[in-house]
Design a protein around this ligand. Structure first.
Ligand code: 13P
Ligand code: SF4
Length: 403
């Protein structure tokens, strides 16, 4: 079977893209890819036939192509995927669940990952060598993961090794939302990977092994987890990759318990304490449920916080008639509202925006890669270099064994 190996492009989210798919009503239905391109986005180009295909034709064609592949392929979908894509997922989940699934689906020849680049990389590392992982649109990255470039992280690690060498060092923890290179650094640096569903357990693991933690790349998840564990806010400092020593003195680094990389999620930092206050003023009995990538102020003002799988499960198990204001990505919030008609589920933010990079998985890409597999051509394979994969898998295996 032929494989078309392409260099993975990083296409930054432009302001046009950031706002192009935001709306104030709840209509986020997919249009043809050519129509979505018309707003000026720069995603991966496709054969014109797929670009022009209307949504209903794409739907029928994916159904046909998917059934022809049968057990040869497994389709994994992250909760933030569009409805028109997630409906084809054999399994849906958060980052943790999807990595467990990628490690356990040994019979499938192909893992088609409807999610973003770091998730597909992780699936490649955790799956068997004979399995091939496919990301339908190579430009589906994660703007938070892009905030930690490996060269900057290596510089930081050298500085910390030099300054903290005689002071107990630092245990690196990287959030799943990071490149395989950073996971590899955590593997060889006696560190670990975490997701939003097991961050406290990985902090406990790290503090059994060292005096402090370097947490990459989401400062908010790191800070929220530190606070959860009873770590004082003053003992957590920021590392700004554009400043010498991250903008700290040597003494700051020695005194710190948690060093937080200065990264964030542009979707979750949209939620504010004001929005929570407004939701509570309108509906005093409302439950506020947010993702831990939100700021500390928002997480503390909320009633509950947790991973996307936790959010889904909490609402599914909630009593009939209960009300939920949710602070996470809109495709998931809309789906939860539809799946729970006996409850009131709405987004904290009235301007609803999808995660711009998750949204780059348009059904046309799914159709294109599945058709390719049926024709004997593997397009958009994600393949982590062997050395990197070996080191990264050490940190990922630690994550999978920590509860
Ligand atoms: P989950 O692991 O909670 O699904 O989070 C992934 C993510 O990217 C949230 O923005
Ligand atoms: Fe990355 Fe935020 Fe999108 Fe999650 S929601 S994939 S962290 S940009």
């Amino acid at each position: 079977m032929a494989t078309t190996q392409l260099k993975t492009p990083t296409i930054p989210i432009t302001e046009i893209e950031q706002s192009a798919f935001c709306t104030t009503d709840e209509e986020l239905a997919s249009r043809s890819l050519a129509d979505e391109f018309a707003v000026g986005v720069r995603w991966q180009k496709l054969p014109i036939e797929y670009m022009r295909m209307p949504p209903d034709e794409l739907d029928a064609r994916i159904t046909e192509s998917r059934s022809k592949l049968a057990e040869r392929a497994v389709v994994l979908g992250h909760h933030y995927q569009r409805d028109e894509v997630i409906k084809f997922a054999d399994f849906q989940g958060d980052s943790f669940k999807l990595s467990q699934l990628a490690a356990s689906q040994e019979d499938a020849e192909f893992i088609v990952f409807c999610g973003v680049h770091f998730m597909a990389e992780t699936a490649d590392i955790l799956s068997a060598p004979r399995q091939r992982v496919i990301l339908p649109n190579l430009t589906a990255g994660c703007s938070m993961a892009d905030m930690a470039q490996i060269d900057d992280v290596l510089d930081c690690w050298d500085d910390l090794t030099y300054v903290l060498g005689d002071h107990g060092g630092a245990v690196p923890i990287t959030y799943m939302n990071s490149t395989a290179d950073i996971k590899a650094l955590c593997g060889r640096g006696d560190g670990i990977v975490c997701t939003s569903s097991n961050a406290p357990a990985t902090f406990r693991w790290a503090f059994e092994r060292g005096a402090r933690v370097l947490f990459l790349p989401d400062q908010h998840l790191g800070r929220n987890t530190g606070l959860d564990m009873g770590i004082d806010l003053d003992d957590m400092i920021l590392w700004n990759p554009f400043k010498e020593l991250g903008g700290n003195t040597e003494q700051d680094l020695i005194d710190a318990k948690v060093i937080l990389w200065q990264g964030h999620c542009s979707v979750h930092t949209r939620f504010t304490v004001d929005q929570i206050a407004q939701a509570r003023a309108k509906l005093p009995e409302v439950n506020v449920l947010v993702h831990p990538e939100c700021t500390m102020e928002v997480v503390q003002a909320a009633d509950f916080n947790g991973s996307t799988e936790y959010i889904r499960k909490t609402i599914a198990e909630a009593p009939k008639g209960s009300a939920w204001a949710v602070g996470t990505e809109i495709s998931l919030v809309n789906r939860l509202a539809a799946e729970n008609p006996d409850k009131l589920v709405f987004c904290l933010d009235s301007v609803i925006c999808p995660c711009s990079t998750m949204y780059r998985i348009h059904p046309a890409y799914v159709c294109w890669v599945l058709d390719g597999l049926n024709e004997g051509v593997v397009v958009n394979r994600i393949q982590v270099p062997e050395d990197t994969a070996r080191e990264a898998s050490v940190a990922l295996d630690r994550m999978l064994s920590v509860v």
